[in-house]
Write a protein that binds this ligand. Structure first.
Ligand code: FAQ
Length: 340
C-alpha cells in the first residue's frame, strides 16, 4: 500500500537549494568546503566527520523530537492493550507498541552520536522543553482509534520518513530504513483491523467513521506548518536532511489516502476534498493551525497526562537503571581482578 522504495523523487526545487552557506570562521573554511562537497554530491556525513555546529544542532533537534514522538506515541495505543478484542489483536498491538519503543531507542542512539547524552534529551522531554509530535496529545476513545492510528498516523509517519532514509546524516538515514519497514507493517495492520470492522455491524462501521472524523485533520497537521510558515525547512533542505517539503508531503499523503478510504467505505470529513484535474492532486479544506499551535505549545487535550506518564515511568524505572549500573560496575571489577 505504501511504497518501500526509497527513491522518492525530490521536489522540483530541492536541487536548487543544495548550496550550503560558507562558515564565518576562516579556520573552518577547508572543512566547510569538504562538508559542502559531500552534501552537494548527496553523500553521507558520519559522526567522526567535521560538520557545522548549526547542522549538528538541527539534527539533534529533529532526531530527539522524533525519538520523543516514538516513545510518547506508545501511550495512546498502549491504553488499549488490556482491552483488545481478541488474542490476535492483542498480540499485534503489543508487537506494534514495542516496535515504537524500539524506534525511540534507535533514534536516541543516532542523536547520541552527535554528542548529546540520552540524559540531556530525557531531561528536555521531562521538563516540557522538548517538542514531540502534536498527534499524540489526543485521546484514543474507542477500539477503532487503534485501527485509525495504524492506518492514518503510521501512514502519515511513513510518508514523512521514507525520504528521511536518504537524509545526509548517516546514522539517522540508516535508522530510518528499519523504522520504515516496521511502520509499513503498522499501517497495514491498522487498515486490516478497520476493514474487519467495516465488514461487521452497523455499530462497528459507525465507530470507524467516528474515529476517522476525529483523527483526519490532526493527521494532516502532523506534517508541520505550511511551507511559508516553516522556519526550518529551507535550511533543512539545503543540508539534505529534509528532502520533501511539509506541504508536498501532506499532499502526497492525501492523494494516497483518498482511494484507500474508498476501499474501506469511509468518508473523509472534508467537504472541500475533491480531485483537481488541472493540478493532478486533490484540493482540500483549511487546517486549523491555531489548534495545532495550541497543542504544540502544551495546550492539547492530553499534553499534561502524556508528560506525567513519561515522567512517572522514568521515576519508576530508577531502580532498574541503578541495578544495571551496579551490575556493570561488578563485572568491571571482576574483569580487572582477573586481568591483574
Ligand atoms: N508536532 O520549521 P518546521 C510517528 C514544530 S513519528 C509538534 O516545519 P521541521 C511514529 C517543529 O519541530 C512522528 N511540533 O520544522 C508513530 C518546529 O519547532 P522547533 C514524528 C511540530 O523540523 C506512529 C516548528 O514546529 N515524526 O508518528 C510538528 O523542519 C504511531 C516549525 O516547524 C518525526 O518527528 C508536529 N506535528 O519540520 C509512533 C519525523 N510539526 O523545533 C507511535 C522527523 C512541526 O523549531 C504510533 N521530523 N513542529 O522548535 C520531521 O520530519 C520534521 O521535524 C517535521 C517538522 C516535518 C516534523
Amino acid at each position: 500500500m505504501y511504497t518501500q522504495s526509497f527513491n522518492v523523487p525530490d521536489g522540483a526545487s530541492a536541487s536548487a537549494v543544495k548550496a550550503v552557506p560558507a562558515s564565518q570562521d576562516p579556520a573552518d573554511a577547508a572543512r566547510q568546503a569538504h562538508f559542502d562537497t559531500v552534501i552537494d554530491a548527496d553523500g553521507k556525513i558520519e559522526p567522526r566527520d567535521w560538520m557545522p555546529e548549526a547542522y549538528r544542532k538541527t539534527l539533534v533537534r529533529q532526531i530527539s523530537q522524533h525519538a520523543h514522538s516514538e516513545i510518547v506515541g506508545m501511550l495512546p495505543e498502549g491504553n488499549w492493550i488490556s482491552r483488545a478484542p481478541s488474542l490476535k489483536r492483542k498480540a499485534i498491538l503489543v508487537a506494534k507498541v514495542q516496535d515504537e519503543g524500539g524506534h525511540g531507542l534507535y533514534l536516541y542512539s543516532a542523536a547520541e552520536t552527535l554528542g548529546t547524552s540520552r540524559d540531556q534529551m530525557f531531561d528536555a522531554l521531562h521538563s516540557g522543553r522538548a517538542k514531540y509530535s502534536s498527534i499524540f496529545n489526543y485521546p484514543t476513545l474507542t477500539w477503532a482509534d487503534v485501527g485509525v492510528i495504524g492506518w492514518l498516523v503510521d501512514g502519515a509517519a511513513i510518508m514523512n520518513q521514507i525520504p528521511l532514509c536518504r537524509c545526509s546524516y548517516g546514522p539517522y538515514a540508516r535508522a530510518m530504513i528499519r523504522v520504515c519497514k516496521e511502520e509499513s507493517f503498522h499501517q497495514r495492520q491498522g487498515f486490516e483491523a478497520l476493514m474487519t470492522m467495516m465488514q461487521g455491524t452497523a455499530e462497528q462501521r459507525a465507530m470507524v467513521q467516528d474515529a476517522v472524523n476525529r483523527w483526519w485533520w490532526k493527521c494532516l497537521a502532523m506534517f508541520g506548518p505550511p511551507d511559508a510558515d516553516s522556519p526550518n525547512s529551507v535550511q533543512g533542505m539545503r543540508w539534505g536532511i529534509k528532502r520533501i517539503s511539509n506541504d508536498d508531503l501532506r499532499q502526497k499523503f492525501i492523494d494516497a489516502t483518498v482511494p484507500q478510504a474508498e476501499v474501506l467505505g469511509v468518508t473523509l470529513p472534508d467537504p472541500e476534498l475533491r480531485w483537481n484535474e488541472a493540478r493532478g492532486h486533490h484540493d482540500y479544506g483549511q487546517i486549523d493551525w491555531d489548534e495545532f499551535w495550541a497543542v504544540v505549545n502544551g495546550d492539547g487535550p492530553c499534553n499534561k497526562e502524556r508528560l506525567a506518564t513519561r515522567v512517572k515511568a522514568w521515576n519508576d524505572g530508577a531502580w532498574v537503571r541503578e541495578a544495571a549500573l551496579a551490575h556493570a560496575r561488578k563485572q568491571q571489577e571482576r574483569a580487572l581482578k582477573e586481568a591483574a
